[in-house]
Write a new protein. Sequence first.
Length: 337
Amino acid sequence: MYLARTIIRRRLHFIIRESYPEGGCYRSRDLLDLGPDPHRYITYTRGGNFALDEWIADSLRKKGAAPDPFELEKLFIPYLDPVVRQRAEMYADRQAGRTWKPISALMRRKILHSTHEFDRRRIHYLRFGALDQRRLDRPAAMYRVLLDKSRDEIEQYFLHGERILRPREYKSYVYAIFDLQRFFTESYAYTMPEALDEEKLDRHFLEQVCKLDRDSGFWEGMERDDRLPLYLVRYVIMYFDYVFPAGRGMEEYFRSFMDSHRRYAPPRAADRVSLSEAATIFGISRGELASLTRLQFKRLFRKKAREMHPDKGGSHEKFIELANAYHEILRTKKGKS
């Protein structure tokens, strides 16, 4: 049983649904429409506790469901008063920890066989925030949450989980979960996606969205029409309406560089880069640099990054200067077309 958010006649509705096995897969069905505001079913009691309106449990029993009171309350934890929610989450986490056990080799095989790689990539990023997912299946136990769920319940799980992301993480998240780095041979594809060919990146992203849209195994058990599912539309918006965070690539590059050079010492924090200094680094005049649009400047950076990257024989120090200059000047071009 889970609490789903959906749009009905252009209004947000909260619906209690359940997943059930049928025909070799899991499907979902509506049990109870709570309307646009789940808060109205919550009553706060003395001592900082809460209770749910008995109408919910009674209505579910009439639908043939037998809700566990504790599991039913857990559905409403995200909508509690912040102070009460913190206490309830601590108790729920403590209860979950008591039942934790290492998984067996048989369970590990079942998890990896029964779950989709796209779902595992999403959980991996939400847990670790890493673009590099080459060790995706090492912590298989954390994917157990995906078992015995319908596609709709899994997507609602991620709708809730993705709320922890900040807008500046959106594009990096989409880049990682669609595994777009595999289409590039550059070593910095795992650390600096903003330096990659943007048109090629866009093309591969759209190809992967369409491929997932056509994946019948991924959508098994879920009713669909010919349109792109809203569950995928949100990733198209995350990708095209947001940009890679400035500085993220350099943080990843520093970490990768230090891992491969034991005697490496991180450089001191870079000083602010002036327009004249940046122009010298990019090999153009100050006026030309100032007149570049944001898009033109990003293209210039990608071109210079490919030329100056240490993997291409360039100087590590010069490459760092280039990246620092790029992120400094990019801030001054924010909002320009």
